[in-house]
Design a binder for this molecule. Structure first.
Ligand code: NAD
Length: 495
């Protein structure tokens, strides 16, 4: 039996084999040009269905709908907008089980992870911004020198949201929710590798009573559907999450058009373990940080830096835990599911070969896995641990975005900082120490958007999220998102 048929048999949101469609102006429709792309299930290697291969004409139609919907949506009272977002959140929550199964079938991640993290976070994204918009207000400074200054924070217009495949619904809603809450309308393009839950979100928008044109979802590739969205002159704001190379391309297209941009890009995140760390906690969390979602999270700790005196002990404890991780059918209780696509699997396996060529020692893993049963042709891979490589080699410099982690020893704090900061990226770092002063000193010198001390992936939606250096431009999260999705206008009145 087809995996997706089995897992989705009871759903009402999606019938297996059903064509996924664009959601434009409140209507489900195929691409205007009639072209389709195949949607693969990465756990079985089989085609699950098809979705629109949209082009500039679909994007233009969606932008037109969003522009037409903008005056009414931005003029709607905050209470009403907020209530609609709450309704959408409730609907997502009501369909959580189906959405988790769909996400797992589309992306390859364990269903348990989608149920515990991806879908609840999508719900929370809408609830959080439905609540925060009600406390977000324009600012004013008291009369000074006979003038009153007011800073209006107003909706901007049609926002482009482009999202990646690793946390499909979670990251799509991370953008859509604040954009809508702030009074903008949206044209979103999900990743062509994971279109399913975005399609289902379109259905739920209709059910929630979100007015036509307020949310538009256009499927397709980056080149055919993404670029027309970036360059459309009616779109003043772009929120993009994806790879650094794509981010550079988008910035190159959008900068001459003076668009406001938020770019959340790749990472190569260090996990620094000092001798005075709580070793059990550090090891346990390092395993999670390296291999959750098959290592396909931009925040994964993929370079573990270990202070020399505990290097061997840490390595042995870490390896024992990694070898115990299970890989296989994501519908079962497994630690790692499938990688998102065959192409990505080969890219990651290619990095293991590169590591060997660069002189690295593969301590465990490194191979494709063929689980028995319906998933034998899926894109599975063993969790992989490599040591013996310098910081400057490609394996330690480039984002692999899979279940591959390297171990490197360091002598002292200053060397740890040189290694940690010594890549083009600056997304998220971890520090493990029981010395409070060291934690503060090191955290302040890490050139990263996020630093977790003695923990990993604790996300509070109120905090600023984003990366430094090649990991991105700008911050989203909490008030940062609402500021990003609004235009500040200073009104100065002579009193
Ligand atoms: P990607 O850059 O290949 O694609 C991301 C999205 O951009 C997709 O929807 C794609 O279709 C679209 N796209 C591609 N080319 C485009 C173009 N020229 N114009 C417009 N749109 C285009 O990234 P991916 O492989 O889907 O995702 C993995 C990457 O995302 C990794 O680098 C990962 O670190 C990063 N990521 C970053 C964060 C973060 O918050 N910083 C979060 C998740 C993932």
């Amino acid at each position: 039996m087809n995996f997706s048929e089995n897992s989705m048999a009871r759903t009402s949101l999606w019938v297996p084999g059903e064509d996924l469609l664009n959601y434009i102006n409140g209507q489900m429709q195929p691409a205007l040009g009639g072209a389709w792309l195949e949607n693969m299930n990465p756990s079985t290697g089989q085609v699950m269905g098809r979705f629109p291969d949209s082009d500039a004409s679909d994007v233009a139609m969606a932008v037109e709908a969003a522009a037409a919907a903008f005056p009414a949506w931005s003029g709607m009272s905050v209470e009403k907008r907020s209530a609609l977002l709450y309704r959408l959140a409730d609907l997502i929550e009501g369909h959580a089980e189906e959405l988790a199964a769909a996400e797992s079938a589309d992306q390859g991640k364990p269903i348990s992870l989608a149920s515990k993290t991806d879908i609840p976070r999508a719900v929370d994204n809408f609830r959080f911004f439905a609540a925060s918009i009600r406390t977000f207000s324009s600012e004013s400074q008291p009369v000074s020198g006979g003038h009153l200054n007011i800073t209006l924070r107003q909706p901007i217009g049609v926002v482009a949201c482009i999202s990646p495949w690793n946390l499909p619904l979670y990251l799509l809603t991370w953008k859509i929710a604040p954009a809508l809450a702030a009074g903008n309308t949206v044209v979103a393009k999900p990743s062509e590798l994971t279109p399913l839950t975005a399609y289902l979100l379109g259905k739920l928008c209709g059910e929630a009573g979100v007015p036509p044109g307020v949310v538009n979802l256009v499927h397709g590739t980056g080149l055919r559907a993404g670029e027309p969205l970036i360059t459309d002159p009616r779109i003043p704001v772009i929120s993009f999450t994806g790879g650094t190379v794509t981010g550079a391309r988008i910035a190159g297209l959008a900068a001459p058009l003076f668009k406001k941009m938020s770019l959340e890009l790749g990472g190569k995140n260090p996990n620094i373990v000092f001798t005075d760390a709580d070793l059990d906690q550090a090891v346990e969390t390092a395993v999670r940080a390296a291999f959750t979602n098959q290592g396909e999270i931009c925040l994964c700790g993929s370079r573990i830096l270990i202070q020399q005196p505990i290097y061997n002990t840490f390595r042995d404890l870490f390896l024992a835990k990694v070898k115990a991780l299970s890989v296989g059918d994501p519908r079962e209780q497994v630690n790692l599911g499938a990688l998102v696509s065959e192409g990505h699997l080969h890219k990651v396996l290619g990095y293991v070969q590169l590591a060997r060529d660069e002189g690295g020692i593969v301590l465990c893993g490194g191979n494709r896995v063929h689980p028995e049963g319906p998933c034998q042709n899926g894109y599975f891979m063993e969790p992989t641990v490599i040591e013996g490589l310098p910081n400057t080699c490609r394996t330690n410099q480039e984002e692999i975005f899979g279940p591959v982690v390297t171990l490197q020893p360091f002598e002292n704090e200053s060397e740890a900082l040189v290694l940690a900061n010594g890549t083009p990226f600056g997304l998220a770092a971890q520090v493990w120490t029981s010395d409070l002063s060291r934690a503060h000193q090191v955290a302040q010198q890490l050139k990263f958007g996020l630093v977790w001390v003695n923990c990993w992936m604790i996300r509070d939606l109120r905090t600023p999220f984003g990366g430094a250096k090649a990991s991105g431009i700008g911050r989203e999260g909490g008030v940062e998102s609402l500021r990003f999705f609004t235009e500040p206008t200073n009104v100065c009145i002579k009193v």
